[in-house]
Design a protein around this ligand. Structure first.
Ligand code: 5GP
Length: 190
């Protein structure tokens, strides 16, 4: 998506010797709602015919864009919460996720009452790197018996393996900007 690529080129900041892209000025801290609306429309163009009933994302950085995507589809947004307490009453689906940005493992959970076999789910996230966040969400959808339609990603770092792994597993992954390479000298899109 040209608009997003242009914005990444203009305002994205490359960190950690080319492995991390900071987009705090328009997506991850301050949010450009007009840009998010355009991304929401693009996801709707790609997945609008799929009978989606729910958008599922992960706390916290996916929530903003997922809300706007959900509005474009006219369905609720559900976000997997990072849980600190053990699930003892069986009322939640849980999965383990390895955090790319923090380097630690954490558990995410979704209350069973909000996801059922009648749902058709689109996963949405801001970034795709190694694919752990999306895999955790896939695991939760599978536990619920809902249909998983695909994943809508704003920025895929295609030089990391997540996108290929997920596509090879049969998931439809649509990324609005795919970065082939990045370094302090600049960014190349696929
Ligand atoms: P994955 O689970 O695919 O390895 O990483 C995806 C998650 O890590 C996203 O939810 C996002 O929050 C975070 N992430 C991964 N790479 C980046 C990056 O380069 N920049 C930012 N801001 N977040 C990232």
């Amino acid at each position: 998506m040209q608009l997003l690529e242009d914005r990444i080129r203009k305002d994205g900041k490359i960190r950690e010797h080319g492995s991390v892209l900071k987009v705090d000025s328009f997506l991850n801290h301050q949010i450009d709602v007009d840009l998010c609306n355009e991304m929401g429309k693009e996801f709707f163009r790609l997945f609008g015919g799929e009978g989606i009933t729910k958008i599922l994302t992960i706390e916290a950085s996916g929530i903003g864009i997922a809300c706007i995507v959900a509005q474009c589809f006219g369905v609720p947004v559900l976000f997997a919460k990072k849980s600190k307490t053990k699930n003892i009453d069986g009322s939640v689906y849980t999965s383990q996720v390895h955090s790319f940005t923090h380097g630690t493992d954490y558990e995410v959970m979704v209350a069973k009452e909000f996801l059922s076999p009648n749902d058709r789910v689109l996963l949405v996230d801001d970034f795709l790197a190694n694919g752990a966040a999306i895999q955790g969400l896939m695991d939760i959808v599978h536990q619920s018996g809902a249909d998983l339609v695909g994943a809508g990603i704003c920025i895929e770092k295609a030089f990391q393996p997540g996108g290929d792994l997920l596509r090879q597993s049969g998931l439809r992954v649509e990324s609005l900007a795919r970065i082939a390479a990045m370094s302090e000298d600049g960014i190349t899109f696929c």
